[in-house]
Write a protein that binds this ligand. Structure first.
Ligand SMILES: Cc1ncsc1CCOP(=O)(O)O
Ligand SMILES: C=C1C=NC(C)=NC1=N
Length: 217
């Protein structure tokens, strides 16, 4: 197996739905099915927060959601938990700056997709050197979903990375909705990562559809 090429990755990063049990009013399985029906292109299992599942319950939910992704041809990414990703043979992982070093994770997952959260040029350059396939940049707008999010940065970092000639696939994250998604794309992102605007929508399929329209501008 070889590393995914950037152009294919850009296509799957367009509408990057992220979710765990703590982000859903309904069952995570039904939320994911509705989001897939609305046109998400990538899914990340992110089980975090005070009521997050752990151990066997977390594994069982991950497996259930991975099966749904497989049935619909949607790649399945695991947030932070490298062991879980490896045991499930997930399509990739997403790590933050506080997680294991990028080069260590790259060694453990081989050619699978490796996403890294970056907030500064230095973090970006280090992550690229170490083998990241894409960046998650944010929080772009205010968000209540991640309690320990860094300061809201707007689209300046995405613009700055592009102005400096960084061409690596990149998604914006944080407070992204159908109203502001286009601004993120025009700043130079290849896609948007969304939790609440989809997972807590009244009509999940419609919310995903509207976001998909925005990113396909
Ligand atoms: C995981 C993460 N990283 C930066 S902001 C954020 C949460 C995004 O959630 P939402 O789309 O609900 O604002
Ligand atoms: C924190 C994150 C930033 N970006 C992405 C894509 N996922 C995350 N979990």
């Amino acid at each position: 197996m070889t590393r995914i090429d950037s152009d294919s990755l850009r296509d799957i990063l367009k509408l990057y739905f992220i979710m765990g049990s703590t982000n859903c009013y309904k069952s995570p399985a039904s939320v994911l099915k509705d989001a897939i029906a609305g046109g998400i292109t990538l899914f990340q299992f992110r089980e975090k927060g005070i009521d997050a599942l752990t151990g066997d319950a977390k594994f069982a939910l991950a497996e259930e959601l991975q099966t749904i992704c497989k049935e619909h041809g949607i790649p399945f990414i695991v947030n932070d938990d490298i062991d879980l990703a490896i045991s499930l043979e997930a399509d990739g992982v997403h790590i933050g700056q506080e997680d294991a070093p990028v080069d260590e994770v790259r060694k453990r997952i081989g050619d699978k997709i490796l996403g890294v959260s970056v907030h500064t040029m230095e973090e970006a350059l280090t992550a690229m050197e170490a083998g990241a396939d894409y960046f998650g940049v944010g929080p772009i707008f205010p968000t209540k979903t991640k309690e320990d999010a860094k300061p809201v940065q707007g689209v300046q970092h995405i613009q700055h990375f592009r102005e400096k000639g960084i061409t690596i696939p990149m998604v914006g994250i944080g407070g992204i909705t159908m109203e502001n998604a286009l601004k993120v794309m025009k700043a130079g992102a290849d896609g948007v990562s969304v939790i609440t605007a989809i997972s807590k929508a009244t009509d999940i399929t419609k919310a995903a559809q509207r976001l998909r329209e925005q990113v396909e501008y």
